[in-house]
Design a protein around this ligand. Structure first.
Ligand SMILES: Nc1ncnc2c1ncn2[C@@H]1O[C@H](COP(=O)(O)OP(=O)(O)O)[C@@H](O)[C@H]1O
Ligand SMILES: [Mg+2]
Length: 421
């Protein structure tokens, strides 16, 4: 413990009496402590502000400002308030003791003092301070760990809820779509048959009874026969699109795996864009956002696909927010609204995904803080300040990747995700 205590720093002795100073200094030095001295209150305060000591032995009655005042000033400054102060004085009355302790001193030594006692008390208080520092450090570390764990729980919960919702929707539309797709071919065959019958009727119109001929004449049969296959075709294309959406939704939902798997990142980006589709399309507030995909060939990447999708989701949602905000304030009509997504391999070792928007951009101050937990510039209820903190944790800690931001205020922002292959 002696080693640790000496390590804690120096001890400042403040006393106007040279004899006291030298006796105390000698005693503490021979006990292994490093000593500095001040002969009045003002120089003590200026010395402390330059280099804070581990502990202060403070005389009360001195010319100039008193020990009580020195104590008060040090305790009111956040930088010096935690330095332990022990008063030393000939004033042995209870009132002075109480005053000293109520000002925040940790202890009180009456003059004339026993050297052994002073050394013992100094040791105890240094030790207490050290233990206190260690405790504070531990609390800080545990709070950080807890906050990280909490973020992970929030993130997992959010993703698994979204996954369940998406899986539910995909499941619900699957049956009716299956029914429509399955009936498409028989309908086509039936319609071909019926069309044939109608054509025969048309060719032999003169043999038909009047009422049948009149009914045929009253509807534009030729047009119907020509238009019906076109309608059927476009219904078929639409149902196939819905089927594709349903498959993407199921892939997105299934991405919530507990082990790493090799996946096609483009599928993840496309699934995420699909889910954000309603926010990308034009609204009463602004026109469509154009998504420019510059996909290069990528190998499958080992990852937790659900988490990676969440990163895409958080970054893309922010890009849409930034474009919305920019449009609301600037409405530049010659400026189309775009989100560019570029993917490529670098050095055969990494996959790089760049997501670039031409939204409002951000200042350097904001850029430096975007990955901080709870940092948001959005109004209450709209921003949580968790999106990018979660993204950072997923990319950097879970996948050993990198997440960087480049931005120019008023012009736009680029997020660069790098993942090892
Ligand atoms: N594409 C972007 N353009 C401009 N600012 C952005 C962009 N992405 C993030 N930001 C800034 O980073 C902040 C933190 O983002 P995020 O962690 O997702 O939290 P939130 O979106 O809830 O505010 C945002 O409030 C915004 O100021
Ligand atoms: Mg966000």
């Amino acid at each position: 413990m002696q080693y640790l205590l000496q390590d804690a720093g120096f001890i400042l002795i403040v006393d106007d009496n040279p004899t006291n100073l030298s006796v105390l200094s000698q005693a503490l030095k021979s006990a292994g402590f490093t000593i500095r001295i001040a002969e009045d209150g003002e120089s003590a305060i200026s010395l402390v502000s330059r280099k804070p000591p581990a502990l202060i032995l403070l005389d009360i009655q001195m010319p100039g400002i008193s020990g009580f005042e020195v104590c008060q000033q040090l305790k009111s400054n956040p930088l010096t308030q935690n330095i332990p102060i022990i008063f030393m004085t000939a004033l042995a009355d209870t009132e002075s003791k109480i005053k000293g302790l109520s000002l925040g001193a940790v202890d009180y030594i009456a003059k004339p003092f026993e050297q052994e006692e002073v050394i013992a008390r100094v040791r105890i208080h240094l030790q207490l301070k050290l233990l206190n520092n260690q405790l504070e450090q531990q609390v800080k570390e545990r709070t950080e760990t807890l906050e990280k764990a909490q973020l992970q729980i929030v993130q997992q919960e959010k993703m698994s809820m979204l996954g369940q919702l998406v899986a539910g929707v995909a499941h619900e539309i699957n049956n009716p779509i299956g029914c429509i797709c399955g009936n498409m071919n028989p309908i086509k065959e039936y319609i071909t048959d019926i069309t044939q019958i109608l054509q025969v009727c048309q060719e032999n119109e003169s043999y038909l009874p009047d009422n049948v001929r009149n009914t045929i004449a009253s509807c534009d049969l030729e047009f119907i026969i020509e238009d019906l296959p076109k309608l059927l075709n476009s219904i078929k294309l639409s149902t196939e699109r819905i089927k594709g959406i349903s498959i993407s939704l199921r892939n997105f939902a299934r991405a919530d795996t507990s082990a790493k798997v090799a996946v096609d990142l483009h599928e993840g980006i496309d699934g995420t864009l699909l889910i954000l589709g309603h926010r990308i399309k034009a609204s009463s507030q602004r026109p469509d956002i154009e998504i420019i995909k510059q996909y290069n060939q990528l190998p499958k990447v080992e990852c937790y696909p659900g988490q990676i999708n969440q990163v895409f989701m958080n970054i893309l949602a922010n890009a849409i927010d930034a474009i919305d905000e920019n449009w609301q304030h600037n409405k530049l009509d010659n400026n189309s609204l775009t989100i560019k997504i570029n993917t490529e391999i670098s050095n055969y070792q990494y996959v790089t995904i760049r997501i670039t928007d031409n939204g409002m951009g951000m200042s350097e101050v904001v850029q430096n803080r975007v990955f901080e937990q709870f940092f948001t510039t959005k109004p209450m209820g709209q921003g949580t300040g968790l999106g990018l903190a979660i993204a950072y944790q997923i990319i950097v800690e879970k996948h050993n990747g990198k997440l960087a931001v480049n931005s120019t205020p008023g012009q736009g922002t680029e997020f660069v995700i790098t993942l090892p292959i």
